[in-house]
Design a protein. Structure first.
Length: 571
C-alpha cells in the first residue's frame, strides 16, 4: 500500500501541476481574438489530455472518462464546430473543479458519479454538426473492464498534442524538486535558531576577548546570514499564484448580481512570503465581493451616469521597502461617508456632539454590524466582514486604509510585511525581562524627562511641540510598580500620530524568530508571539498597535467602571 500511496501522491502532484493556471486560461477564452483562440484552447486541451493518460495509467477510469469528455468539447471548439459562449465557459470551469477534486482524492475514483457532468458536456456538443456529433458519441468513455493503458494516446499517435518522450518538460521536472511546505517551515525555524546560536557565539567571543574565537564567530555570522537569505527566498512566491482565481470570483459575483465588471491585475510578480499569501486570501475575497456588490453599479445605471456599462475593478501589488502594498480599487459609486456617519449616530456608535469627519466616517465601515445596505443579499449586506478583514490584516502585522469619493469609486490599500518568519526588532528590558518591539513601528528612543509623572502607568510628555501619550510597559504587564531610576521612552507610530512606550532600558536592534504562543495561551492582546533570546531564554514579541489599542480600551473601561460605581452624594 505504501507504493500505491506514493503513486497516488505523484499522480495528484502531476495533475495539480497541469491544472495550475487552468482557470485563468479558460477565462481568457471569453475575451480572446479569433487568432488567439486556437493556442489558448490547445493549452487547455493538453492539460485534459495529459490528465486522461495519467489517470488511465493508474486505473482511475472515471477521472479518465471525464477528462476524455472534456477533450471532446475542446476538440469541437478547436475545429470550429462549437462556439465559445458563457455557458461553455461556466461548464468548463465547473468540470475542471470536479477534475481537481477527483485528482486530490483519486483513491475513491470508483465511487464517483460523473454521469451528470458528462451529460452536461454532451448537451453542449448537441448543436454540433451531426456527423461530428456521431463521431464524438462514438468516442465515449471506455468500459470499466478496459485496460488502463488504452486511455493514453500511443507515442506514434497522429494527435499533435500527445506528449512525447524525452520532452523538455521532463527535464524540467528532474531539475526541480517539490519540497513539502511543512518541511520548508521547519527549515526556516532551524535557520532562525542558528542565527540565535550565532549571536550567542559572538557575545561569548566578545566577553572572552579571544581574537581567534571572534574570527570564527564573524565567519559563522556571514555564512548564517547567507543561509538565512537563501532559505527565506525559498518561501517567497510571486503573488500571481493566487491572483488568477480572483478573476473567476469576480465573474461569478457579477453573474449572481446582474453586474458587469472586468478585473484588471497589475504587479503580479511582486513576491510575498507564502504564509502571507495563504492568509491574504480571505481579506482579498471579501474586498473583491464588496467591490462588485456595493461598488460597481448595474450596467443601465452606469450608462445613465455617463460611465462605461462595464465597470473596472483593479487588483494591484507593489513593493515599498520592507512592505508589500496591495490595492483593491473600483470605479463604482464610492462610499457615502455622510450616510455612514448618520447610521453610526443612529446606532450610538458615534457621540452626538462629535463633529463630522469624512476620514473618520470612512473608517466606520470596519465596525462590526454597521452597514448602509438597504437589503441583505447572497453576497453581502449584513454589516459583517470588514471588521474580520481588518483583524485578518492585523494578524499579518499589516494595516488597511480606505479612500473613497462619491460617484468615483473606492480604494482599499493593504500594507503587509514581506516575510513573517524572521522580523527585525528593538530589544528592551523591563523589570529584568526582555521584550521585543517590531522595528517597523519604532521611530526613536529618548530618556523620560524627570518632570513627567506617570499615573496608573499612563502619562503625557511634550515631544516635538506635540503632546504625546505614554504607556508604561511595567504597568501593562503588571510587573513591579516602581519605574526604573532612569527610564527610557521608545516613540512608536500609531494611526493618528505617535505614542511613547516607557521601558527600563533599550538594548538594541535584534532579529527575532517568531514563535506562536500555542493553543493553551491562544491570542494574547498586545502580543504577537515569542522568541528565544541570545541567552537562551524566552521573550515576548509585542504587537505595537495591539498593545496601544488594548491599553486604551482598558483605560476607558476602568474610567467607565469608576464612574458607574462612584458613590452618590446624599441629600
Amino acid at each position: 500500500m505504501a507504493d500505491d500511496d506514493t503513486l497516488f501522491e505523484l499522480f495528484a502532484e502531476s495533475c495539480l501541476d497541469q491544472l495550475r493556471g487552468i482557470e485563468s486560461a479558460i477565462l481568457d477564452l471569453e475575451s480572446a481574438r479569433p487568432d488567439e483562440l486556437g493556442p489558448k484552447v490547445a493549452s487547455i486541451f493538453r492539460a485534459a489530455h495529459t490528465i486522461k493518460g495519467d489517470a488511465g495509467a493508474i486505473g482511475a477510469t472515471r477521472l479518465a472518462s471525464l477528462a476524455h469528455s472534456v477533450e471532446s468539447a475542446l476538440d469541437a471548439v478547436r475545429q470550429g464546430r462549437l462556439g465559445v459562449a458563457p455557458a461553455m465557459i461556466g461548464e468548463l470551469l465547473g468540470v475542471f473543479d470536479v477534475i481537481k477534486a477527483m485528482a486530490e482524492d483519486v483513491r475513491n475514483d470508483a465511487q464517483r458519479d460523473i454521469s451528470p457532468h458528462i451529460a452536461r458536456i454532451e448537451a453542449l456538443l448537441a448543436p454540433s454538426v451531426s456527423s461530428a456529433s456521431s463521431d464524438a458519441s462514438s468516442r465515449t468513455s471506455p468500459p470499466d473492464d478496459a485496460p488502463p493503458d488504452s486511455l493514453a494516446a500511443p507515442e506514434d499517435s497522429d494527435d499533435p498534442l500527445a506528449p512525447k518522450k524525452n520532452s523538455p518538460g521532463d527535464d524540467d521536472r528532474i531539475r526541480k524538486l517539490a519540497i513539502p511546505a511543512r518541511e520548508l517551515d521547519i527549515l526556516v525555524d532551524r535557520v532562525g535558531e542558528l542565527g540565535i546560536a550565532q549571536a550567542r557565539l559572538a557575545g561569548l567571543a566578545l566577553r572572552r576577548n579571544d581574537a581567534e574565537l571572534r574570527n570564527v564567530a564573524e565567519e559563522v555570522e556571514r555564512l548564517s546570514a547567507l543561509l538565512r537569505d537563501q532559505v527565506l527566498g525559498l518561501r517567497m512566491l510571486p503573488i500571481k499564484v493566487s491572483f488568477p482565481k480572483y478573476r473567476r470570483l469576480v465573474r461569478d459575483a457579477c453573474h449572481s448580481l446582474g453586474k458587469d465588471a472586468e478585473l484588471v491585475m497589475a504587479g503580479e510578480n511582486t513576491e510575498l512570503d507564502k504564509a502571507v499569501i495563504e492568509q491574504l486570501n480571505t481579506p482579498c475575497i471579501h474586498l473583491l465581493r464588496n467591490a462588485v456588490d456595493h461598488g460597481i453599479e448595474p450596467p443601465d445605471v452606469r450608462e445613465h451616469l455617463g460611465k462605461p456599462r462595464r465597470g473596472t475593478i483593479t487588483l494591484s501589488a507593489r513593493q515599498e521597502g520592507s512592505d508589500v502594498v496591495i490595492a483593491v480599487a473600483d470605479d463604482g459609486g464610492g462610499i457615502d461617508a455622510a450616510k455612514l456617519w448618520q447610521k453610526a449616530l443612529a446606532e450610538g456608535r458615534v457621540t452626538a456632539d462629535a463633529p463630522f469627519d469624512p476620514a473618520a466616517a470612512l473608517d466606520l465601515i470596519f465596525l462590526p454590524g454597521l452597514s448602509t445596505a438597504e437589503t441583505v443579499g447572497a453576497v453581502s449586506g449584513r454589516g459583517v466582514g470588514m471588521d474580520a478583514v481588518r483583524e485578518g490584516i492585523s494578524a499579518l502585522r499589516g494595516r488597511i486604509e480606505v479612500q473613497s469619493a462619491p460617484g468615483v469609486g473606492s480604494t482599499f490599500t493593504l500594507r503587509l510585511p514581506v516575510s513573517l518568519a524572521i522580523i527585525d526588532c528593538l530589544e528592551v528590558h523591563c523589570a529584568g525581562e526582555a521584550y521585543y518591539l517590531h522595528l517597523d513601528y519604532v521611530e526613536e528612543c529618548l530618556e523620560l524627562p524627570p518632570a513627567v509623572v506617570l499615573t496608573n502607568g499612563r502619562g503625557v510628555m511634550e515631544h516635538r511641540n506635540v503632546a504625546m501619550p505614554l504607556l508604561s510597559l511595567r504597568h501593562f504587564f503588571e510587573l513591579e510598580t516602581d519605574e526604573a531610576a532612569c527610564p527610557h521612552v521608545v516613540t512608536v507610530r500609531r494611526e493618528n500620530g505617535r505614542a511613547g512606550i516607557v521601558v527600563d532600558a533599550v538594548i538594541g536592534r535584534k532579529q527575532a524568530v517568531l514563535k506562536h504562543l500555542g493553543r493553551a495561551l491562544g491570542k494574547v492582546d498586545g502580543v504577537l508571539g515569542g522568541t528565544v533570546t541570545e541567552a537562551g531564554d524566552m521573550a515576548l514579541v509585542l504587537d505595537v498597535p495591539g498593545l496601544l489599542q488594548c491599553a486604551l480600551l482598558t483605560a476607558q473601561a476602568k474610567k467607565t467602571s469608576e464612574k458607574y460605581h462612584a458613590p452618590r452624594a446624599h441629600r
